[in-house]
Write a protein that binds this ligand. Structure first.
Ligand SMILES: Cc1cc2nc3c(=O)[nH]c(=O)nc-3n(C[C@H](O)[C@H](O)[C@H](O)COP(=O)(O)O)c2cc1C
Length: 216
């Protein structure tokens, strides 16, 4: 198994898959890596649907803008964000968990106020639109765990964001609190591993302050 750093370096978007099946234990290990991801206030909004059936993969290919490798991959994992995780009851449970696990005691600033939890409860319920950003951001962390675990097991994956989300929910009879965010085909890469795609240089992504900083 590769180390995290090795997996980060060798991962590529794989769009050609061998017909060889992916052992169930590997799929479970990928899901386990996703399960352990961090999330804001530990909301864990991610949900996964594992698709192995050939006919379903064929239908998914149509839904995913005819991207052929979706049908070719022996396993396709559909990654959802669950808006229900942010319901008032769920928020209350998360706050209680903060207390039970002693997190509150380690916080500082306004979080040290003993009434903070009560006052947070009285905040207005966020709208569906307001919840989208945290739900997507948190679910993407879990998806990256899943993808890097697949890489470290020698499997190929590709993040796929091009699909008709409503059609996925219709195909699997899922309620609209579950938002399909990314589709991940998984399998053994076929043919040559693609060369690395270009990345920005460090100097291009590390910002320099634009104000003159004076010594105090
Ligand atoms: C959110 C997201 C959505 C993507 N959607 C697609 C897609 O629909 N089809 C596809 O072939 N690749 C898709 N990609 C893969 C990117 O094109 C790829 O990650 C990028 O070009 C860098 O190449 P690399 O993954 O080989 O390093 C997606 C990647 C991300 C992160």
């Amino acid at each position: 198994m590769l180390t995290v750093w090795e997996a980060i370096k060798v991962r590529r978007s794989i769009r050609k898959f061998a017909p060889d099946d992916v052992p169930e234990e590997m799929t479970q290990q990928m899901l386990e890596a996703a399960r352990l991801a961090p999330s804001g206030a530990n909301y864990q909004p991610w949900r996964f649907l594992v698709v192995r059936d050939k006919e379903e993969r064929k239908k998914l290919r149509h839904i995913c803008l005819e991207q052929r490798f979706i049908e070719e991959a022996p396993v396709v994992i559909i990654c959802f964000g669950d808006l229900e995780r942010y319901s008032p009851q769920a928020r209350k449970k998360r706050r209680q968990e903060f207390i039970d696990f002693g997190v509150i005691e380690t916080l500082s600033g306004r979080f040290t106020d003993p009434d903070i939890l009560k006052s947070m409860e009285s905040l207005p319920r966020p709208t569906r639109e307001q919840l989208l950003a945290p739900m997507i951001a948190n679910t993407y962390i879990a998806i990256d765990h899943l993808v890097l675990m697949a890489t470290s097991l020698g499997l190929g994956t590709c993040w796929v964001g091009g699909f008709d989300a409503a059609a996925i929910n219709r195909l699997f009879g899922l309620a609209d609190n579950l938002l399909p965010l990314v589709v991940i085909p998984v399998g053994y890469p076929a043919g040559d591993i693609p060369p690395p795609r270009p990345r920005l240089k460090l100097e291009e992504i590390v910002l320099k302050p634009q104000v003159h900083r004076t010594a105090e």
